[in-house]
Design a binder for this molecule. Structure first.
Ligand code: B4P
Length: 189
């Protein structure tokens, strides 16, 4: 049985990276995490490095062309099934991604803003991520999610591939729901 490609979607700090790590441990997926790749790029002494560093520090989204070129390059190296963690974040990215890869499941980790803020501040204590250490930047990321990324919920709902998971639950319960969903969805191929 061939597994479907998965997009991990949700607010900043909704648990995308956490669920991606679980899926990689348990199943045979390749992964593209745009957040991880951008954090590597920002360390480089290049024009892209400087642009990305400035944007991430302030909690802003990186331009679509940069994100899409990362995905295009990564897809050349990886074999399916793949997990795409962190993209799309705009409707345009959603449309562009559909041209590059067959998205079978969009796993939407649903979490309230009130839960996100303390979670990210907590992660900031160990992650060294400037965008996790400042409440105003976290709020700005949440606002950006609402205006830029939230329309993707309807975009994928209409395609019948969005699966909503309650991301407020303890991590082990989130993993159980994710496992059940993977088994259900891959059976109807
Ligand atoms: P990402 O790296 O994708 O990170 P994130 O959205 O901030 O967090 P994630 O949802 O992965 O949270 P995690 O599992 O770690 O993006 C970073 C930045 O890169 C973006 O802000 C943006 O600027 C840029 N970027 C990335 N992709 C882009 C794109 N396509 N276009 C433009 N810009 C892009 O969880 C957070 C914390 O919560 C962890 O400490 C975890 O332990 C905890 N946690 C998780 N689930 C939990 C649960 N159920 N209960 C309790 N705690 C939980």
């Amino acid at each position: 049985m061939k597994s479907k490609n998965i997009v991990l979607f949700g607010k900043p700090g909704s648990g995308k990276g956490t669920v991606a790590a679980h899926l990689i441990r348990k199943y045979d997926y390749s992964i593209i995490s745009t957040g991880d790749i951008l954090r590597e790029i920002k360390k480089t002494d290049t024009e892209h490095g400087r642009i990305v560093n400035e944007l991430l520090r302030k909690g802003n989204l990186v331009p679509n062309e940069i994100v899409l070129s990362i995905i295009r390059e990564k897809l050349k190296e990886l074999t399916e099934p793949i997990i795409i963690d962190g993209t799309p974040r705009t409707l345009q990215q959603g449309m562009d991604l559909s041209e590059l890869v067959n998205v079978g499941i969009v796993l939407f980790l649903d979490v309230n803003d009130e839960t996100i803020i303390p979670r990210l501040l907590e992660r900031g204590k160990t992650s060294n991520r400037e965008d996790d250490m400042n409440v105003d930047i976290i709020k700005q990321r949440l606002n950006q999610y609402k205006s830029e990324s939230e329309p993707l919920v309807e975009f994928y709902e209409k395609q019948g591939i969005l699966v909503r998971i309650d991301g407020e639950q303890p991590i082990e319960d989130v993993f159980k729901d994710v496992d059940n969903m993977i088994n259900d969805r891959n059976q109807d191929m």
